[in-house]
Design a protein around this ligand. Structure first.
Ligand code: GTP
Ligand code: ZN
Length: 369
């Protein structure tokens, strides 16, 4: 655990909302989950920090549905046992949850989504998508920003893009910010340099009113360095400056909720190597609202934007208004989201097929002497 500047917190400074009180079982106090580790959690309550095991009802709920497991940012019901130990009885309903799909390999060895979702953080108000201006020798990866923005929108929290390490690109920064802004229409965008402190106060403004933010991004994006800059002290370990390719090495291994002395809370996360989409209702559409808007002007209501006459998307592509990269990225994420949506059905179908195979086999078996 990092050293915290205050040992006790009033509940509202931890992000507590009185409307949650109705879901709190009698005899329990509200506790915010700061970190989860092998079936136990570090929590923060009005009277300080505690380590808590999971009570039997919580373990049963989690066995039935892993999404019921406590995750960082959760509000949970904490009880103190007579012998002094603490237990979490239940997780209170989440106001927002950031969920990623797993990434597995399909039967042909290709990467595919996994229907097991993983809750990365709960009850966050803001999702910071941290993308370095320069990562090794590459400029900011717009595709990664779009992917993380889809997850961020889908969480119900407000997405904000942070271009970190802004000091590394010199006069290219302005052009880079234009490109990133076009990749996230309607999303606040800030350039930050955690070393000089430039832009850090603007980031802090998003946490005013005891809001909770989570920070997502690749390993080496500078997430922990920014968290330390916000905290005004070293609360997270960061990567040592090193020679070589400068790519990340995954210094942060736990997701962790950190209350900031100046107000607000931030969840640092380990670098994301590949993140799959989980079930999307609006996430992808919101990231590509510019294309969705164009599509409304297509001649045909069901235009596939492939070669149809009067396609507004293709003409924007031709005029250069819409970059080809972005159209491809939209198609890719849409395919992935559609695949995730069908995935549940596909599992059911697989069950059905298996059942019929068994029935056929037994029918055939009976027919033989
Ligand atoms: N030039 C420059 N370097 C930075 C800046 N912010 C962070 N760095 C450096 O980038 C490297 C990675 O920073 P971290 O904060 O450890 O990155 P991280 O995203 O937390 O990485 P993981 O914990 O592996 O996910 C460190 O060597 C930092 O010193 C910045 O604004 N400018
Ligand atoms: Zn079209």
């Amino acid at each position: 655990m990092p050293q915290l500047t205050a040992s006790g917190h009033d509940l509202s400074s931890l992000g507590w909302d009185d409307s949650l009180a109705a879901d709190l079982p009698g005899g329990a106090v509200p506790a915010r989950v700061a970190r989860v580790d092998r079936g136990a959690a570090d929590v923060i309550t009005a009277d300080g920090h505690h380590h808590a095991q999971y009570a039997a009802p919580l373990r049963r709920a989690a066995a039935a549905d892993p999404v019921a497991l406590p995750c960082v940012g959760d509000w949970a019901a904490l009880t103190r046992l007579p012998e002094g130990r603490h237990e979490l009885q239940a997780v209170l309903p989440r106001t927002t949850s950031l969920v990623r799909g797993g990434v597995g390999r399909d039967s042909r060895g290709g990467l595919s989504g996994d229907s097991q979702g993983q809750v990365l953080a709960a009850n966050v108000d803001v999702v910071f998508v941290a993308e370095p201006a320069l990562h090794a020798t590459d400029f900011a990866d717009l595709g990664r920003v779009e992917r993380l923005l889809a997850l961020a929108w889908e969480s119900g929290a407000r997405p904000v893009v942070l271009i970190t390490k802004a000091d590394l690109v010199g006069e290219h920064l302005a052009g880079l910010l234009d490109d990133v802004a076009a990749a996230g229409p309607g999303v606040d965008l800030h350039a930050v340099c955690s070393i000089t402190g430039e832009g850090v106060e603007v980031v802090r403004d998003h946490l005013a009113g005891s809001r909770t933010a989570v920070i997502l991004g690749a390993s080496g994006a500078g997430k922990s360095t920014l968290v330390n800059a916000l905290a005004g002290e070293q609360v997270m370990e960061t990567q040592q400056v090193r020679a070589g390719d400068g790519r990340g090495r995954h210094t942060t291994v736990h997701r962790e909720l950190i209350p900031l002395a100046g107000g607000g809370l931030i969840i640092d996360t380990p670098g994301i190597r590949r993140v799959g989409l989980y079930e999307m209702s609006q996430g992808v559409d919101l990231v590509f609202s510019d294309i969705e808007e164009l599509a409304e002007s297509c001649r045909f209501g069901d235009c596939g934007h492939q070669s149809e006459p009067g396609c507004a998307v293709l003409s924007a592509l031709e005029s250069g208004e819409l970059p080809e990269r972005r159209l491809e990225s939209w198609r890719k994420l849409q395919r992935e989201a559609a695949w995730m949506a069908r995935r549940g059905d596909a599992r059911l179908r697989a069950e059905e097929t298996r059942k019929w195979k068994i029935i056929h086999k037994s029918v055939r078996g009976r027919g033989r002497p």
